[in-house]
Ligand binder design. Structure first.
Ligand code: ADP
Ligand code: ZN
Length: 527
């Protein structure tokens, strides 16, 4: 038996001994093996996938100390408490400790009494800390929430940039193991580059957890939906994410009025109230938590049966992270996104509000666009998600998402599509969805007249529909890959080779669409 095999056996027995788990999950085993073999490792796992054991188990086996870089002080204490209870020698150092406590812990580490030491990234910037660490044997630096190192991610944290210089300052280079729940290719590149991972082994697992049923619902009365859903699932814990504090407060009041045991959580509430409702949620004293995205990081509640998004989040990373808080115990759970076109305006407004350079802004718009496409997609949502994150899959429809469960028949929308494409073509592919819709509607609006679009042959060709329906139809065509949308605040719709095929009559457009859109197809309205 070679050393690695021996270590893996040890890993397995520690997993049982300390954690009481009979076995590793598939992804965990590979990651543990990679770290134990001495390789830099990047593990991308969904929230609840079980990242912690991926570095905690190797820490018990590798010589010396594993330093865990963790972003949240509150999280650190919980994790360390849990480890100590299990008998794993762990400690944390952060700003809540006195100077003496810090010294005691560093001394304990020097004596080899600590295998896992948790610190916030800011600490790595302190010279004295670096010096103290240089005299220790550090085998591994585990970076939790590693996407925080990237400006392309959704939680950029400058101090994560200190990880690499810190590692360089150590007399011997440790193994670096980085973990995150979500990563697009850019973020992945950044993690590798900015954390200076050397030839890292990359593991991406289980984004498409089979127990999660993903749904996107468009055109619902959102408030009624939430009240109704919470009422019919009154005995099950769930989270409702809303975009603003005001919406959180409003939903919370409504739920309470309906007699549903709800709690709320947002940054505008006093610390005490937030802590209390978090506790109440963890201990099932309340069922529904209505919250902004301030809630959830580091919440370990495995039996959340549903996560409802009252608004579309800004991007897929944020969505997957938040929705992934459902069903961590593997039991069937619902992730429901209530989409309305207003959400797009809100997100654009937020991007514009945030002062940042052009590249970054363009990137945010691009991600927003991909989020919108997900919301309009009529093909399997799980595919959409896995494709976005570049995870390989077998292209079998999941069977449980709102697209897969959609029993509406596919309808031939070729004629409508041709009208739309031809209008875009005649408008020289220089305008956005709403102006194209105005022209097809035959609107007299100022911009239409200013460009003389009332003279186009396609002007008013869809006057039986509302402009909203026409926009919706164009968005569907974008989501289905028939049209392209440029990046930026005012994206322009363009034709693609596929749309040209449709115009030439070489390709049929079959779609599932909401009722009002199908009921007025050009062909049916003419007979
Ligand atoms: P993450 O940090 O990826 O969100 P955690 O490490 O907190 O996930 O683990 C998520 C949940 O999965 C925890 O409740 C944990 O107890 C459980 N878990 C992790 N690994 C295993 C395993 N091998 N077998 C059974 N349960 C596990
Ligand atoms: Zn599906």
């Amino acid at each position: 038996m070679n050393l690695l095999e021996l270590h893996m056996e040890q890993a397995q027995s520690f997993l049982q001994k300390y954690y009481g788990y009979p076995d590793f999950r598939e992804g965990q085993r590979k990651i543990v093996e990679s770290v134990l073999s001495g390789s830099d490792t990047l593990g991308i796992m969904p929230t609840g996938g079980g990242k912690s054991v991926c570095y905690q188990i190797p820490a018990l086996i590798l010589p010396g100390l594993t330093l865990v870089v963790s972003p949240l002080i509150s999280l650190m204490k919980d994790q360390v408490d849990a480890l100590t209870t299990m008998g794993v020698p762990a400690a944390y150092i952060n700003s809540t400790l006195s100077g003496k406590e810090v010294n005691d812990r560093i001394r304990a580490a020097k004596r080899g009494e600590i295998k896992l030491l948790y610190v916030a990234p800011e600490r790595l910037e302190l010279d004295w800390f670096r010096e103290e660490m240089s005299s220790l044997e550090i085998s591994c630096v585990a970076v939790d929430e590693a996407h925080c190192v990237s400006q392309w991610g959704h939680d950029f944290r400058t101090s994560y940039l200190a990880v690499s210089p810190f590692v360089n300052s150590l007399p011997e280079r440790p193994i670096i193991a980085a973990f995150t729940a979500t990563a697009t290719p850019e973020v992945m590149d950044d993690m590798i580059r900015l954390l200076r991972l050397e030839d890292p082994a990359l593991f991406m697992t289980g984004l498409g957890r089979d127990n999660l049923s993903m749904s996107v619902l468009r055109g619902e009365n959102k408030r009624d939906f939430v009240l109704n859903y919470a009422e019919t699932h009154a005995h099950q814990p769930g989270i409702v994410y809303a975009a603003t504090r005001k919406e959180v407060d409003d939903l919370y009041e409504r739920l309470r009025q309906s007699g549903i045991p709800a709690g709320r959580y947002h940054a505008g509430l006093p610390d005490r109230e937030r802590e209390e409702s978090q506790e109440a949620f963890l201990y099932d004293d309340i069922r529904v938590m209505v919250a902004t995205n301030a809630f959830g990081m580091g919440i370990d509640k495995s039996n959340v049966r549903y996560v409802i998004h009252y608004n579309m989040p800004k991007n897929m990373e944020a969505y997957v992270q938040e929705a992934g808080r459902a069903g961590r115990d593997g039991e069937p759970s619902d992730c429901i996104l209530l989409f309305s076109p207003q959400d797009i305006m809100t997100q654009k407004f937020l991007i514009e509000q945030n002062p940042q350079d052009g590249d970054r802004k363009r990137n945010e718009y691009r991600k927003l666009q991909q989020m919108i496409e997900y919301c309009y997609s009529t093909s399997c949502l799980k595919w959409g998600m896995l494709d976005y994150f570049g995870e390989a899959h077998d292209r079998k429809p999941c069977g449980i998402c709102s697209s897969c469960r959609d029993e509406r028949e596919l309808v031939d929308m070729t004629v409508d599509a041709q009208i739309i494409f031809s209008c875009i073509h005649r408008m020289r592919e220089r305008f956005g969805v709403s102006l194209v819709a105005s022209v097809l509607k035959g609107s007299q609006n100022k911009k239409v007249l200013q460009y003389g679009f009332e003279t186009l042959p396609t002007y008013g060709m869809m006057r039986r529909r509302t402009e909203k329906e026409i926009s919706e139809l164009i968005n569907l065509l974008i989501a289905e890959g028939y049209l392209a949308l440029s990046e930026g605040q005012y994206p322009i719709v363009r034709l693609l080779p596929l749309s040209v095929d449709v115009l030439k009559g070489q390709h049929q457009v079959m779609m599932r669409a909401p009722e009002p859109i199908l009921s007025k197809t050009a062909s049916s309205s003419s007979n």
